[in-house]
Design a binder for this molecule. Sequence first.
Ligand code: KIV
Length: 255
Amino acid sequence: MKKKINFKKRPIICLTSYNKFFAEIADQFCDIVLVGDSLGMAYYGDTSTRSVSLNDMIRHAKSVRSGVKKALMVVDMPYGTCKNPLLAKKNALRIIKETKCDAVKLEGGKEIKHIIQYLIKNKINVMGHIGLLPQKVQSKKDYKIKGINSAEKNKILNDLKNIQEAGVFAIVLEAVKNETAKEVMKLSKVPIIGIGASKKCDGQILVLEDMLGMFKKVPKFVKKYSNLRGYIKKAVKEYAKDIKNRKFPTKNNIY
Ligand code: KIV
């Protein structure tokens, strides 16, 4: 049965998560927890999201499901899983059945309107994703901001129109020039969740590991709220030092 998704609250707070423990924390503060295929880069260290398989997404989404109790849980349809309407439906239904997620997210605009329409006709909740499409880029250097000229702006607005007509309940707008993002906001009929888009978006999303400070280099749109990499390094260094100096294990750690 299709769950009715109706966001009245603004701003809509969203984060990604790839496992139960991070999801439990995100769930306390977020309206949407996305199991993103950024998994490939932010968890497995790959150079693009294209390496992520349907099985990878399902494995991680099952873990996230056990940590998400109140937020809406959305799972990305990974690269190659939505090549045509029938394949997209088969894969989306498998994701929903095995992970019990509330919705799936598809990257793309006008060219996938018919696929989105078909999923929605089959009672599958779909979130859209336009602007920069990570599944279209193959290496880190290809991550470039979109909507900087009128051709790109028109393409984004046309993608918006098409996937709105198809019936998405919300749209992720990624790495889009502020002026273009504002135009999107003027024309949007569904909530727009920005990542590197305008402050005026209905909501914001970031990759959790990015905002926790797990990586040295992150896109400009990321604000680091912690220094996870630094804390991990400090802890591992201390652990190694303790072992070297025979300070670990202590009497509290042995049986
Ligand atoms: O894969 C992902 O994590 C995403 C977010 C960046 C929106 O699509």
